[in-house]
Design a protein around this ligand. Structure first.
Ligand code: AMP
Length: 482
């Protein structure tokens, strides 16, 4: 954090209000450099890790610059994974809440038709994975003729995943009159080539982490036979007794197995891997974020970019076979300058991977002795207490907003009554005490309409609408889930 204040930038009160509700008091280092550059419409290359506040660094100036009145998307954000698409969408949505920005997340293995419908409505920002974005371009269900901002997030990862062709196709379909922001944790040659080819005199921002991930996270390793790993896992979790822990395995099968072991041991746990349904993966990540369970068993699916605060312990049940993956995995802990611990199990056949990782991170990972039987015994009471206690449920970032905002449902829509947002605005503006600033996002669907009422005026509006006609008739109006 720095001494610069968000008020120092030319930001509207809508944006400043969201920023303050998210409890962002000062811009992070990356934000301090990126926000002013994008506000004056410069292309920017950012070399920075996740966890540095890089999403808000581009989302804040984009939300500020987007024209609410324009119906076609004005910003396109490319991300490597569905999970990240949802996370980035949320950040945009929260930041743009008071400006009533509509943000869509577009990713594969999710019904195309729903996305098509969503994209037909007013959309200011589209966040998506390259493959599905191309599908929408091919079917002409995404209009990119008005895109003024292109963000290429986690560029290194997208190129690693082989998305280069899709990314180039997308870039070539966009207007050259645009601002391009590229973010990457590392800057391999192919990312550099991409930036040279498609960016216009970019400003280069590199954040040297003063307090680097490696120094913030206590790292240790254990030499262990495969067959003894479960016992070691048990002992370490008993002694360490973490509030929140991710256990990484290298295969789906192993994740299933270890998850079963932990379930049998009555750990509060769940699992995530690429073989699971998208819906289940999202649910698990969400529940873990909220703190419904303490132990998550995962493959590398969960290692990238995902932002969960307060994970105190990461266990590499299997040593990662790829050195970069080690850094991403352990980076799930020690976020936002908090302390964290990462433990790696290494069998005697895996010293090659260990050497590669140690060379990559530039130091040795200290070898530890397995916990003594007595230490484990002495830690058991505390551990059982925690396992049996109800975890403290965390608030989502959006929850602060939800206290001020009520979403209401009106039992009439486009098809049934030819409802338009203007009809809703007209009715609401006539209610005493309501101004245009109190009306949030309006979503008119086929047979119903959702409207967000801001500034704690939801209850009042709900009452009033029981007796005020909307488009000539009294409608059934109720409180909707957020
Ligand atoms: P990112 O690097 O985008 O993954 O962001 C990491 C975390 O930092 C997210 O939880 C953000 O909500 C949070 N964050 C972003 N900007 C700020 C800020 N200025 N102050 C405090 N937290 C922030």
């Amino acid at each position: 954090m720095t001494n610069v204040n968000f008020n120092d930038y030319q930001l509207s009160s809508d944006l400043l209000k969201s920023i303050s509700m998210l409890n962002y008091t000062n811009p992070t280092m990356v934000q301090e450099q990126v926000i002013p550059a994008v506000l004056i419409k410069k292309d920017v290359i950012v070399k920075s890790q996740t966890g540095s506040g890089k999403t808000a660094a581009f989302a804040i100036p984009i939300c500020e610059s987007v024209d609410w009145l324009e119906n076609k998307p004005q910003a396109l954000v490319l991300v490597p994974t569905r999970e990240l698409a949802i996370q980035v969408k949320e950040e945009f949505f929260n930041l743009g809440r008071f400006k009533r920005l509509k943000v869509s997340a577009i990713y594969g293995k999710s019904p195309f038709l729903n996305q098509e419908k969503e994209l037909k409505q007013k959309t200011h920002v589209v966040v998506g994975t390259p493959g599905r974005i191309i599908d929408h371009l091919d079917k002409e269900t995404l209009d990119i003729s008005n895109i003024k901002y292109l963000v290429i997030d986690e560029a290194d990862e997208m190129l690693n995943m082989g998305f280069i062709e899709q990314i180039e196709t997308i870039i070539n379909s966009l207007s050259k009159e645009r601002i391009t922001i590229l973010l990457s944790a590392t800057m391999p040659k192919d990312v550099e080539v991409l930036s040279k080819k498609y960016m216009n005199d970019p400003i280069y921002v590199e954040i040297e982490e003063k307090n680097s991930t490696a120094s913030r996270i206590e790292q240790e390793r254990y030499t262990v036979e495969e067959i003894d790993k479960v016992k070691l896992l048990k002992d370490i979790t008993i002694v360490d007794n973490p509030d929140s822990c991710i256990i990484f395995c290298n295969t789906k099968q192993k994740v299933d197995d270890i998850h079963n072991e932990l379930v049998n041991l009555k750990y509060t746990c769940d699992k995530i891997h690429g073989g699971m349904e998208q819906r289940d993966r999202l649910r698990v990540m969400n529940d873990f974020k909220l703190g419904y369970f303490r132990y998550l068993v995962a493959t590398d699916v969960a290692a990238r970019g995902i932002d969960i605060d307060n994970i105190t312990l990461v266990i590499n049940y299997d040593i990662p076979l790829d050195k970069e993956s080690y850094v991403h995995r352990i980076g799930r802990t020690g976020r936002q300058n908090k302390e964290g611990k990462a433990v790696t199990f290494v069998t005697k056949y895996e010293s090659k991977f260990l050497t590669e990782i140690e060379e990559y991170i530039g130091h040795e990972i200290p070898l530890k002795d397995k916990p003594e039987k007595e230490t484990v015994m002495n830690s058991k009471i505390r551990f059982v207490e925690k396992i049996n206690s109800t975890p403290e449920i965390k608030e989502t970032k959006g929850a602060t907003f939800n206290k001020e905002i009520m979403k209401i449902h009106i039992n009439a829509g486009k098809k049934t009554t030819k409802m338009r947002p203007a009809d809703i605005v007209g009715t609401l503006s006539n209610i005493n005490g309501m101004t245009a600033e109190d009306i949030g996002i309006i979503n008119v669907l086929d047979i119903s309409t959702f409207v967000e009422i801001l500034n704690n005026k939801g209850e009042m509006v709900l009452q009033e609408l029981q007796n005020i006609p909307i488009k000539g008739r009294i409608r059934k109006v109720s409180k909707a889930n957020m």
